[in-house]
Structures are given as C-alpha cells and as structure tokens.
Design a protein around this ligand. Structure first.
Ligand code: FMN
Length: 347
C-alpha cells in the first residue's frame, strides 16, 4: 500500500506553477496515469476518466506539423480546461526546430509537462521518421530531447518502445541517451515496433531500465486490471503505470487501481445497471463537445467497448446506429437488458 499524502504544487498569480520536480512528483503520486491514446484521450474522455479516479492524464499524440500548418483540428487538441488537470501533452514529430517551436506554444498554453512520442508504430507516422522510427535513430532522438530541454522551462519526458524489432531492442541505449540529454522521466512500452500491440509486454525490460537510469520510469503495457498495476509496480519497482486499453469501456479501472494501491482493498466491477448509467454519462459528456452529427459515430467504439464480450453485440450495435442524438441514446440504453448467459436483449 502506498502513502498518497503529498501536498499539491503551490498556486501563483499565473495559476499553479510547476517545477520539473513537482509535476513529475504528481505523476509519481498519481501512480496510474491515463496514457496518451490517439483518437481516444480527448477532453471528454479525460474528464470521464477523472470522475473515475484518474489523477493524471496525457493528451493524445499531437503532430507538430498540424500545429505548424495551423490545422484547425490539431489546434483543437491543445484545448486545456480547468477541470482537466494536471494534464501532460504529447507531441510527435521529427524536425528539431519545428518541435521546439510547437513545444513553446504548448508551454505558453500552460501545459506543465511535455512528452515526446518515440513509440507510435503506425506506418504513416514511422515512414517520415517520427514515433518509433526515433528508436532506430538515437542520435536524432537525443537531438530532439536536447533541443527541448534547453529551450523549455517545463520538464520533458519521452515515451519509448523496447526497440524496432526482436533483433534491434535498443531500449537501454535509448533510455540512457534520453536521460543524459536531460529528460525528466521515461515511459517504456516494452514491445517492439514490429509487435505493435500484440504479444506480451515484457516488463523485465521495464525493470532493467529502472535499474539503469536515475530518472523516474513509468511502465505501459497490459494493464487491464488493478492487480496488473500492483504486480507491475512490484515486479519492476517503477514509479507509476500508464493505463491504456485497460481503460477502454472500463473508466472505473482508475478507482480500482487507487483502491488496491492506496487502501489495499479491491473495488468490484459495476453491475450492468451501473454500466448503463456510465454509458449515458459518457455520451452526455461527449454531446457537450461534439456536434450532433458526429456524436453517434464518435461514441460507437466506446459503446462497443462497454458491451464487449456480451452475446448478441452485433445486433445491438446495429440498433445503436439508429440513434441520432442523446435522447435516442438514452432510450436505446433504457431498452437494453442483460439476460442469462451474458446475452444482451433490446426491447
Ligand atoms: C487506440 C490507441 C491509441 C494509442 N495512441 C497513442 C498515442 O497517441 N501516443 C502514445 O504514446 N501511445 C499511444 N498508444 C499506446 C498506449 O499509450 C500504450 O502504450 C499501449 O497501448 C500499451 O498499453 P496497453 O497494453 O495497456 O494497452 C495508443 C494505444 C491505443 C490502443
């Protein structure tokens, strides 16, 4: 069990002023951090996660080119609401100078910590040399970290993978390079770029990195239940964990992890009626941030995640598609029942 009694950073005339130590300290205290997830960790999703005990979150990765070229959609990802803090920002890119230019914009907007994405395996990201392509080019990664650490006052963190593929697992080199260039923390997702999200996340690697560097190390990968977080923290002695797919359709995982870590108790999963309430709460939050015409499509994957593993899901999702707005959705949820043997019915 962990003692969580550390005070918050002191507020100043400009809001809360964060030194590298105190914001990284807040990440360590939070223990379970909402991981950056592209297309998922938007403002309403982060607000929902916070309602369920998330104490620190990251934006999804934001492409520096979108900011440089004034892309309206990219700029909207820089939104930061008072209720949605502490919030770190993650950038993905490859050009040092552009990186710093965009990072300064983020700093001016008040983000207290900036993360460099060196892990995204998507082809469109890797082909131009961004994301996990940086694992193949530690010199370039070092250059970006150095430039940002010198040019910013907020701390810089880096999220890495174990390497490019099974034959090129240079995580120790990457972690040491990042540390020596002044990064304030590392998050390791111990899978290679080639593995994408498949196979085991090898947290022996997390432990090796934790033993090799002095800066805080966070672990990402296969945290689907509270016990996973407890076990990985114990196994690796790392400073905290990033929760990613484990939060999809299970935003209450943060409360469960907090109960396990800070109180030594286990919080049960909600029953189906409670899940229905969360679905409505989630949809209502989204309706405040997205136009009605985008709402049902944007929420589709989340609804499928809430109902994952139930029999009859395809039929139910066809019904869901008939919703046009929040009112329709509320009626859809009211009509939904969970029958015997995990079968969903709609009346
Ligand atoms: C849909 C999705 C989007 C993701 N987007 C990002 C991203 O924008 N930046 C990033 O660093 N990692 C991203 N990731 C990786 C996660 O942050 C995390 O490292 C990875 O999923 C491993 O954790 P898990 O096994 O617990 O899901 C994404 C993962 C998923 C599933």
């Amino acid at each position: 069990m962990i003692d969580s009694s550390r005070p918050e950073a002191a507020p100043t005339a400009h809001g809360t002023r964060h030194t590298a130590q105190d914001i990284i300290g807040q990440m360590i205290e939070a223990k379970a951090i909402l991981a950056p997830m592209s297309g998922i960790t938007d403002v309403p999703y982060r607000l929902l996660s916070r309602k369920f005990g998330c104490r620190f979150a990251f934006t999804e990765m934001i492409d520096i080119n979108g900011v440089i070229y004034n892309n309206r959609k990219t700029f909207s990802l820089l939104e930061r609401l008072p209720l949605d803090r502490p919030l770190g920002i993650q950038l993905v890119g490859q050009d040092e100078d552009k990186f710093l230019k965009v990072a300064k914009i983020c700093e001016d907007k008040g983000f207290p910590v900036l993360d460099i994405n060196a892990g995204c395996p998507a082809r469109k990201v890797v082909s131009p040399g961004k994301g996990s392509a940086l694992m193949k080019n530690p010199t370039k990664l070092a250059g970006i970290v150095r430039k940002l650490v010198k040019g910013l006052t907020i701390p810089v963190t880096v999220k890495i993978r174990s390497g490019w593929d099974a034959d090129n697992q240079n995580y120790l080199e990457a972690a040491k390079v990042v540390e020596s260039e002044g990064a304030s923390a590392i998050c390791i997702h111990p899978r290679t770029k080639e593995q994408m999200y498949k196979g085991k996340a090898d947290h022996d690697i997390t432990r090796e990195i934790k033993e090799a560097v002095k800066i805080p190390v966070f672990a990402s990968g296969n945290i689907f239940k509270a016990e996973d977080a407890v076990n990985i923290l114990e196994q690796t002695d790392c400073d905290g964990v990033y929760v990613a797919r484990g939060a999809l359709g299970h935003p209450w995982i943060f409360n469960q992890i907090n109960s396990a870590l800070f109180e030594g108790t286990s919080a049960p999963d909600p029953d189906f009626d409670q899940i229905k309430k969360v679905m409505i709460e989630h949809f209502t939050l989204y309706s405040k941030f997205y136009e009605e015409k985008r709402l049902v499509t944007r929420m589709y994957k989340h609804i499928a995640w809430y109902l994952k593993g139930r029999k009859n899901l395809n039929e139910i999702m066809i019904e869901y598609r008939k919703c046009d707005n929040l009112e329709d959705f509320q009626k859809f949820v009211e009509r939904l029942t969970l029958e015997e043997r995990n079968r969903l019915e709609i009346t």
